[in-house]
Design a protein around this ligand. Structure first.
Ligand SMILES: [Ca+2]
Ligand SMILES: [Ca+2]
Length: 140
């Protein structure tokens, strides 16, 4: 005949540290929307038009930017990392005075698109010439 087995369990307080790991589950969002810029039609090619910035609530992932459409060959992004938009080809306000660029920010998993409106201003020189000619013809 065996003896009854008696087990005494002792439960003490234990500290458990739980680290919640982030997941890349939120899309990036653009700051300061709606984005609208005004550019003089005599801006030299290669000059910066704007710096586009997006933010992402996740701690993971790396934001990159791309130009999806609407540039008509006139604009380009520096590199995927910076969001710096530059003039690629000279503008002519008489040919086209507004561009709507579709710009994408991607975190590697998800992406968000926004529309960047670029309005082309008359060049200062042509405004001066216009004012002078107007004055000249009104005061012959
Ligand atoms: Ca997250
Ligand atoms: Ca994200």
């Amino acid at each position: 005949m065996g003896l009854p087995l008696c087990v005494v369990a002792s439960v003490s307080n234990a500290q458990v540290r739980v680290t919640v790991l982030d997941r890349n589950d939120s899309p990036p969002s653009f700051r300061d929307t709606p984005l609208e810029y005004s550019v003089s039609e005599d801006l030299p090619t290669g000059q910066m038009v704007a710096t586009l910035r997006a933010s992402d609530p996740d701690t993971l992932g790396h934001l990159t930017y791309s130009l999806v459409s609407g540039d008509d060959g006139h604009f380009q992004l520096d590199t995927a990392d910076t969001g710096v938009l530059r003039l690629k080809e000279a503008l002519d306000r008489e040919a086209r005075d507004t561009y709507r660029l579709q710009i994408r920010a991607s975190d590697g998993v998800q992406h968000t698109d926004t529309v960047v409106t670029i309005k082309v201003r008359k060049a200062l020189q042509s405004i001066r010439t216009y004012k002078f000619l107007s004055w000249f013809y009104q005061n012959p």
